[in-house]
Design a protein around this ligand. Structure first.
Ligand SMILES: Nc1nc2c(c(=O)[nH]1)N[C@H]1C(S)=C(S)[C@@H](COP(=O)(O)O)O[C@H]1N2
Ligand SMILES: [Mo]
Length: 323
């Protein structure tokens, strides 16, 4: 516990995503970051005092079962613990401080039943009840690497269903070339660092790829709030910010959507954002990464190690300009 919070996670190690935006809120953000340092320390101390795998705030309402079919991913990387995965989160609707998010979601509730609207260039626009989708498609386990553009990574056992299954339900028309996703947002969320709702997007062939998962759970538990409850995308070949949390609306459209991070800083965050060790971020290398729970750094793999599954989507494209 203390190793995780006190030395393994060094906030000075990399420059976080939010530090250098050319946006008018910049000054306020810096002040806010200073003010939350104490709160983050407090939450770490509180969690340490509870101890055990089930002590995170995610477990406040339900016992944590921690079920996974394997101890590693297919490359032999150890799964990150439930505690690690639920206490180091990028969820800017709550906070820009990864170690603070878990302490802020205690009373947060999403509407139940939770609705997902799928609309746009489709033959059958529909609003789904998430519980119905879970029953219909099931919740298979997928052990995926998650690589944040900030240079850290985790191995996470998600549960969920394939995004393509959902998209096929609404029958996209031939005019549908892109998919835009919107996050749930309401006044329970205190963060003011970006324009809400958080928006992401992909080409339709990327969205239809077998790897693109609608994640509804983690280690066999319902998805914890800090990880994007009740359903978020898991796109393991792309930088983490593409894996939008709390998906409540999906639109099929004919032109490339502008995602939240590209709108905030197009020079730093491209539309594709595929993991690519050969395409440095303007402010830092992407050649290697720190796996949470490990010391030292490991090499970053092309498409985060999913080259076989996704490289054909980008055949012939210049990956330096289409970053
Ligand atoms: N709605 C929303 N989705 C989001 C984010 C966010 O701030 N808001 N952060 C992204 C980033 S930068 C990362 S690295 C991952 C982190 O997922 P995790 O907290 O489950 O590890 O969520 C992504 N999805
Ligand atoms: Mo990220």
């Amino acid at each position: 516990m203390s190793r995780f919070f006190k030395s393994n996670i060094k906030s000075s190690e990399i420059t976080p995503e939010h530090k250098y935006w050319n946006r008018p809120l910049g000054r306020r953000r810096v002040l806010k970051l200073g003010a939350t340092a104490g709160a983050a320390g407090l939450s770490a101390a509180t969690l340490a005092a509870c101890g055990g795998e089930s002590s995170s705030s995610a477990a406040a309402s339900a016992p944590v079962t921690v079920v996974a079919s394997a101890k590693t991913d297919e490359l032999g990387g150890a799964l990150n613990s439930f505690k690690e995965i639920t206490n180091y989160n990028n969820y800017y609707e709550f906070s820009t401080d990864k170690e603070e998010v878990a302490s802020l979601v205690g009373n947060y509730k999403v509407p139940s039943p939770f609705k997902i609207e799928v609309t746009g260039l489709v033959n059958k626009p529909m609003t789904f009840d998430l519980d119905d989708l879970k029953k219909k498609f099931g919740e298979e386990e997928r052990i995926y690497r998650l690589r944040c553009v900030e240079g850290w990574s985790m191995v996470i056992p998600w549960n969920g269903f394939v995004l393509a299954s959902l998209l096929k339900e609404v029958e996209p028309t031939s005019a549908a070339k892109f998919v835009r996703f919107y996050s749930y947002h309401d006044s329970q969320m205190p963060g003011n660092s970006l324009d809400w709702p958080y928006v992401e997007g992909m080409r339709i062939d990327e969205a239809m790829n077998e790897l693109a998962l609608m994640a509804t759970g983690l280690y066999g538990n319902p998805l914890p709030a800090q990880n994007g409850a009740p359903v978020r995308l898991a796109l393991p070949w792309k930088y983490g910010f593409k894996s939008i949390k709390a998906v409540t609306k999906i639109e099929l459209i004919d032109s490339e959507p502008v995602s939240t991070w590209k709108a905030a800083n197009a020079g730093e965050y491209g539309f594709y954002s595929n993991v690519n060790p050969n395409r440095p971020h303007p402010r830092w290398t992407q050649a290697n990464e720190r796996r949470i729970g490990e010391s030292g750094r490991r090499d970053t793999l092309m498409y985060n190690g999913y080259e076989k599954q996704v490289a054909s989507l980008y055949a012939g494209m210049d990956l330096q300009t289409n970053f």
